[in-house]
Write a protein that binds this ligand. Structure first.
Ligand code: PGA
Length: 247
């Protein structure tokens, strides 16, 4: 199984999100080979769950609160998104870490909160350009995985995902070389064994598009892709799915 996750970020308004969800619904692909999940903004989440409810396409939240319930103005919990039918939640996306200053503790608690309500967490990790220059890629990834996962009680019935998203590759048009990503994925999979004996699909993200998607998905260690901007346009997303479906 290969996973194609589309993170629509804050690119589309409500009407555009609904229109794209309907387009995605109409695409043909082999669900036994590919698992698709889209991550629209909160405003469109409920309606997109309804649009896709009779399909095998998952719907996820772009982030969830670390808190379960209560007086937290502006927050939306994992429970609330699970309750409307979402299947997944991104946790620790680099834009949340670096723009909104989410801490390692926040990320740990969000994973815990997601497992508690049966929402599949998709933990995003990745080194910055500075880390890379200083030879600290593994150090950064090791630390992010440890801070996020130490003490987590994994629920075997709730799939868990990791997305390797080098920060320098996200939204930059400079994707990570697939051979390099392949090595990192192998290393991440070894590293994950100390936290869980679950099989954890590891997805690559960072400037994936219709031209390069196959170069990632054809690698055994790369279980899928987390696509940002190329998933927000019908044509590029449809081509990504069509090419992945041919592998
Ligand atoms: P990008 O975003 O594909 O636009 O680089 C990937 C992501 O942030 O998940």
């Amino acid at each position: 199984m290969k996973y194609i996750f589309g993170n629509w970020k804050m690119f589309l308004d409500y009407d555009e999100s609904i229109a794209l969800a309907n387009e995605v619904k109409s695409l043909s692909y082999a669900p036994e080979k590919l698992q698709l999940t889209v991550f629209p903004n909160y405003l469109a989440l409920h309606d997109i769950v309804q649009i896709l409810k009779d399909t095998k396409i998952g719907v996820g939240a772009q982030t969830v609160s670390r808190r379960p319930q209560g007086a937290y103005t502006g927050a939306i919990s994992a429970y609330l998104v699970k309750k409307i039918g979402c299947t997944h939640g991104l946790v620790g996306h680099s834009e949340r870490r670096y723009i909104f200053h989410e801490s390692d503790e926040d990320i740990h608690d969000k994973i815990e909160a997601s497992f508690k309500v049966g929402l599949s967490p998709v933990l995003c990790v990745g080194e910055t350009e500075e880390d890379l220059k200083e030879g600290k890629r593994q150090y950064r990834l090791k630390k992010q995985l440890m801070k996020a996962l130490e003490g987590i009680e994994f629920t075997p019935s709730v799939p868990f995902f990791v997305a390797y998203e080098p920060v320098w590759a996200v939204s930059s048009g400079k994707p990570c070389n697939p051979a390099d990503a392949d090595d990192v994925h192998g290393w991440i999979k070894e590293e994950l064994k100390q936290y869980t004996d679950m099989i954890v699909p590891v997805l690559y993200g960072g400037s994936v598009d219709q031209e390069n998607v196959v170069s990632y998905l054809s690698r055994e260690t790369i279980d899928g892709v987390l696509v940002g901007s190329a998933s927000t346009k019908r044509d590029s997303f449809a081509q990504i799915i069509a090419r992945a479906n041919e592998i």
